[in-house]
Design a protein around this ligand. Structure first.
Ligand SMILES: Cc1ncc(COP(=O)(O)O)c(C=O)c1O
Length: 350
C-alpha cells in the first residue's frame, strides 16, 4: 500500500503466474509450456525480421497474420482478433463483451485469471460448480448473466466438453456472449471455431503459447462474428494499438506454415500424456481424463503439498493450487519422454 496508489489498485487481487525459475537444470512441468522448441521455420522467420524495419511500428491490425489464421481455420480475416497472448484478448473480452451489471458465469474450478479480470473491471461473477467428476454441466449455464466463459479443455482439470454441450450453452444464452477459451484444444479436442458461422454469440480464443511452443512470443487470438471482433478492436485501440510486434507477427505466421512440426509435437504430447497417466495410475494416483498438455492427479495417501515440495527438492517443479476442491492435486505439465520418466521416478520415490 502506498499513498500514491489509486483506490482501485489498492483493492486489486492480481493473478499469480506459475514460477519461472532463475536456476538452470530444473525439470519445468508447472506452466504448460511446450517441452519442444518452436518450428525451425519460426526461428528463421524471426531472425529474418531482425533488420532495419524494426524502427517502424508494426501493422496495428496484424493483417497478414489474421489472413494466415483465417485460411488455416476456413474463416475470414474479419472474424479474427489478435492480442499479446490470449490473456490480453481475454482482458478485452471481459471489458468489452460482457455485460458488467450482471454476473459473468464460469466454473468454480477453472483458469484463475477470470476472477482477476472481474476484479479489475468491477464485474460481478457467479461460479458454477463442476460435477463431482470435475465436468462442466451445460444445464447449469442458464439464468440471467452478463456472459459465459470456460476453457475447453478446462484448466486445471484437463476435462473436455463435447461441442454438442457447448451448443446447449449457446442456445441457452442467445443474448449473451459465450466464450470458449481453447488454450489447450490442439491436444485432442475439436475446436468450436467450426460453430462460429452459426452462432453470433460465440467467441473462441486460442493461443500460440502451448501447442505451437511460442509462450515467449506472446500471441493469442479470438474468432467470432465481425460485430464481436469490432468491439475488441475498439477496446484494443483505446489501450494499445500495436499489441503484436514485428517479430511476433513474423514468427506466428511461420508457425502456421509448418503443419508437420505442429502435428508431430501434439501427437508426441498426447502419447506421453497417456503414458504418464498409466504410470501414475499404477502408483495409485487418481488421474482425471485429460485432453490437454497436462494432467491433474492426486494420491490417496500423500498430500498435494507434500508431493509438490518433495518433487521440488528433486529438481522437478509442478503446479500445486492451494484452493478448494483441488488442494490435494498436482497439475503436471507433460514434458519430454525423459522429463516424464524423471517425474514418474520422482513420484515413485516419494
Ligand atoms: C485456460 C488458459 N487460457 C489462457 C491462457 C493464457 O495463455 P497466453 O496468454 O499465453 O496466450 C492460459 C495460460 O496458461 C490458460 O491456461
Amino acid at each position: 500500500m502506498s499513498k500514491f496508489w489509486s483506490p482501485l489498485v489498492n483493492d486489486l487481487v492480481p493473478y499469480v503466474p506459475g514460477e519461472q525459475p532463475k536456476v538452470a537444470n530444473l525439470i519445468k512441468l508447472n506452466t504448460n509450456e511446450s517441452p519442444f522448441g518452436p518450428s525451425p521455420k519460426v526461428i528463421a522467420a524471426v531472425q529474418a525480421e531482425l533488420n532495419d524495419t524494426l524502427r517502424l511500428y508494426p501493422d496495428p491490425e496484424g493483417e497478414s497474420l489474421r489472413k494466415t489464421i483465417a485460411a488455416y481455420h476456413g474463416i475470414t480475416p474479419g472474424q479474427v482478433f489478435l492480442g499479446n497472448g490470449s490473456d490480453e484478448v481475454l482482458a478485452h473480452i471481459f471489458y468489452g463483451l460482457f455485460q458488467h451489471g450482471e454476473p459473468v458465469l464460469f466454473p468454480d474450478v477453472t483458469y484463475s485469471f477470470y476472477p482477476v479480470y472481474c476484479g479489475l473491471y468491477g464485474i460481478e461473477s457467479r461460479q458454477i460448480p463442476l460435477t463431482d467428476s470435475f465436468e462442466i454441466d451445460p444445464a447449469e449455464y442458464t439464468g440471467p448473466n452478463g456472459g459465459v466463459i470456460f476453457p475447453n479443455p478446462n484448466a486445471p482439470t484437463g476435462r473436455y466438453l463435447e461441442l454438442e454441450h457447448i451448443e446447449t450453452i449457446l442456445h441457452a444464452n442467445p443474448d449473451r456472449v459465450v466464450v470458449v477459451d481453447e488454450a489447450y484444444i490442439d491436444f485432442g479436442g475439436t475446436s468450436a471455431i467450426t460453430l462460429v458461422d452459426r452462432y453470433p454469440n460465440l467467441l473462441v480464443t486460442q493461443t500460440l503459447s502451448k501447442s505451437r511452443a511460442l509462450a515467449g512470443l506472446r500471441v493469442g487470438f479470438a474468432v467470432g462474428h465481425p460485430d464481436l471482433i469490432e468491439a475488441l478492436n475498439r477496446v484494443k485501440n483505446s489501450f494499445n494499438s500495436y499489441p503484436l510486434d514485428r517479430l511476433a507477427l513474423a514468427g506466428a505466421r511461420a508457425a502456421y506454415e509448418d503443419e508437420a512440426w505442429f502435428q508431430q509435437c501434439c501427437q508426441t504430447v498426447i502419447a506421453e500424456r497417456e503414458r504418464v497417466t498409466q504410470a501414475l495410475e499404477q502408483q495409485g494416483f487418481e488421474v482425471l481424463p485429460s485432453r490437454a498438455n497436462f494432467v491433474l492427479a492426486r494420491h490417496p495417501d500423500k498430500s498435494g503439498q507434500h508431493l509438490a515440495t518433495g518433487l521440488r527438492e528433486k529438481g522437478i517443479i509442478v503446479r500445486h493450487f492451494n484452493k478448494p476442491r483441488i488442494s490435494e492435486y498436482l497439475r503436471i505439465t507433460i514434458g519430454t519422454a525423459s522429463q516424464n520418466d524423471a517425474l514418474i521416478d520422482g513420484l515413485a520415490a516419494l
